[in-house]
Ligand binder design. Sequence first.
Ligand SMILES: NC(=O)c1ccc[n+]([C@@H]2O[C@H](COP(=O)([O-])OP(=O)(O)OC[C@H]3O[C@@H](n4cnc5c(N)ncnc54)[C@H](OP(=O)(O)O)[C@@H]3O)[C@@H](O)[C@H]2O)c1
Length: 284
Amino acid sequence: MTDETIPNIPLLYGTSIPQLGFGTYQIEADDAERAVLEAPELGYRHIDTARIYGNEEGVGRALAASGIPRDELYVTTKLWNDDQGAGRASEVLDASLERLGLDYVDLYLIHWPVPTVDQYVATWADFPALRESGRTRSIGVCNFHEDHLERLISETGEVPAVNQIEVHPLYVREELRAFCAERGIVVEAWSPIARAAAALFDQPVLAEIAAKHGRTIAQVVLRWHLQLGNVIFPKTNSVDRMRENLDLFGFELAADEMAAISALDLGDEGRVGPSSLTFGAPRD
Ligand SMILES: NC(=O)c1ccc[n+]([C@@H]2O[C@H](COP(=O)([O-])OP(=O)(O)OC[C@H]3O[C@@H](n4cnc5c(N)ncnc54)[C@H](OP(=O)(O)O)[C@@H]3O)[C@@H](O)[C@H]2O)c1
């Protein structure tokens, strides 16, 4: 397996992103260097981290130790909720770059909209200058709903290159994905296998499809994302599962299999993460 088999998806403003990468949420700071060093050795080139994961230093050390040239890697990090507000993003990005030991990231994201605090438009207004400074190649957001995106675009004129949102077969988000597609916003699907929840992994239809293709349930679900056009970066601490999650290119799901997987959608009931409408609200 090499990166050559992983498609690159074009992003707004002339860049592109490897469709499959490695996620690092819940990889502990003192384990990040070991875990993330395995990933490029197996063929991963795209790594997703965030300030709040507390592992940027370990991720950076692992990428340096991998010996892979910087321009062959794709690194994303994110601005955390308490760093939102006008005039703050530049120094916050610099601190992430310092921890990562990098001159630039490929993608810098606002982590949550936190609409109850209502600073996401002011935060976003500073993002184009970060891209123009060369410290990030692309800019985008996470967990934004249609109305948050509408406000960003109408109030700043700047369309995010990506929206990183929870998507998996229990939470398919057809309308939001279509809204993003119409505006050229690429969807990155977080928790792509719903954190291996039994509610997903125990679905008989997935077992049937997996058996038919001689694949695992995780591989079938990840393949479903690729065929939908989602960018994904499943997380695992296991080298065997890293290999399994990368091996998605030797088979194809038929249209009826894609539809059967999408039919597992439970809407909001299927979420494994928090709601974007309330997450990050200040506590009383
Ligand atoms: N922007 C956001 O707000 C946001 C939120 C959440 C996540 N994310 C990003 O998205 C990435 C992925 O999401 P996630 O980590 O929440 O969930 P996920 O990738 O859907 O699932 C990770 C869980 O699944 C297990 N797993 C991984 N591969 C497996 C396989 N092949 N078979 C069975 N179990 C497997 C892992 O356990 P082991 O480690 O034991 O293998 C881990 O418990 C994160 O790491 C992070 O980079 C972003």
